[in-house]
Design a protein around this ligand. Structure first.
Ligand code: GDP
Ligand code: FO1
Ligand code: CA
Length: 329
């Protein structure tokens, strides 16, 4: 079975880890030691990417790599487990800016390698494949593709002190300002010229099921859908497209999706998010708390407990997404 998932960082990564768990459990025990019977192609958001200290950092791809590879800081959901901050401490002592983005020493190894390989002419897809090898993804039946090899960066337009507007990098808005500066709008540098990375459109067209995990609908999945050709491929695929709401009871489970929906004028609810995907969504999983709302016509809605408290919880939700896709096929 070919499963394609469009993913941001923490929400996407935890969902995919649960999906792999449920796929392993569904496999015939006789075949459990053979190569996986599924391919999960994960298309990762690259709009969060940023160059700091000359190093290319891809937060969402790295959250996917570390979570699926067993090396993530579980509490944060991003960065490496048991990491130290010696290098950024030294940079701070030298007065090197910025100091608002916390990079651990082990995590920096990824950024040094990525930047080195990109500098030698490798594409982001090739670099990501090398990193995926280090984290053992192919052995789990996972192929991790960046949404695009074209460098793109999400910027947030905010009001400035002189009554005008200024654009800041998404990470500065999210991490430095905690998304507390009201966003006027999001822009994505490079998006119009961006091409889907090799394999992305095929993975959408040839999938047996496409899943939109509970990732940020604006700055994670919204960015991937904005890469020219991706949204059309999703609308045209014969596979059922099933989504999982990242909002529970009208609130994000973590992070600031509410602050991202505000400039779009979209209601902060599972129904509001479904509306953003209405042209391509066949099935939509919502929390029991949101079962009573009204959802786009033509979308089959099921409700369940949508909190991924642990891997088993994420596996339960991923299993429900596969079951709904089976019903819709
Ligand atoms: P990010 O790039 O690290 O922000 O991660 P994603 O974009 O992949 O996912 C962020 C979204 O995941 C947020 O809007 C959260 O509300 C959502 N999320 C996180 N944990 C859960 C959970 O347990 N259940 C659900 N339904 N959504 C979750
Ligand atoms: N998130 C934070 O809130 N503070 C940080 O200092 C921070 C550092 C960081 C370093 C590497 C990385 O891959 C991710 C990091 N994140 C940090 C997470 C992150 O960039 C955001 O949570 C997501 O991109 C938001 O979608
Ligand atoms: Ca992100």
């Amino acid at each position: 079975m070919q499963i394609t998932v469009l993913a941001g960082g923490v929400g996407g990564a935890r969902f995919v880890r649960g999906l792999l768990h449920t796929l392993r459990r569904r496999v015939d025990p006789q075949a459990a030691h053979e190569a996986p019977a599924h391919t999960v192609t994960v298309v990762g958001n690259t709009g969060d990417d940023i160059t700091l200290f000359g190093l290319r950092v891809c937060p969402d791809l790295d959250s996917l790599l570390y979570t699926l590879g067993g090396g993530v800081d579980e509490e944060q959901g991003w960065g490496r487990e048991a990491d130290t901050r010696h290098l950024v401490g030294e940079l701070a002592a030298l007065g090197v800016q910025p100091q608002w983005f916390g990079l651990g020493d082990k995590d920096l190894g990824t950024h040094v390698a990525r930047s080195l390989w990109l500098g030698q002419g490798a594409t982001l897809s090739e670099v990501t494949a090398r990193l995926a090898e280090r984290w053992g993804l192919s052995g789990q039946g996972v192929r991790l593709l960046p949404a695009t090899d074209t460098p793109i960066e999400t910027h947030v337009v905010v009001d400035d002190e002189e009554g005008g507007e200024r654009a800041i990098h998404f990470q500065e808005w999210w991490v430095r300002h905690g998304a507390a500066l009201p966003a006027v709008r999001f822009t994505v540098a490079g998006l119009q010229q961006a091409r889907p990375a090799p394999g992305v459109l095929e993975a959408l067209r040839e999938a047996d099921v496409v899943i939109l995990p509970p990732s940020n609908p604006v700055v994670s999945i919204g960015i991937i859908l904005g890469v020219p050709g991706v949204r059309d491929a999703l609308r045209g695929t014969r596979a059922p497209v099933v989504g999982v709401s990242p909002l529970v009871g009208g609130r994000p489970v973590r992070g600031h999706a509410d602050a991202c929906l505000a400039p779009l004028g979209v209601e902060v609810s599972a129904a509001g998010v479904a509306g953003l995907y209405a042209d391509l969504l066949d099935g939509w999983l919502v929390d029991d708390a949101d079962a009573g709302a009204s959802y786009p016509a033509g979308t089959s809605v099921r409700s369940l407990d949508l909190l991924m408290r642990d891997v088993d919880g994420a596996a339960r939700i991923a299993g429900a997404a596969l079951d709904l896709a089976d019903e819709l096929r």
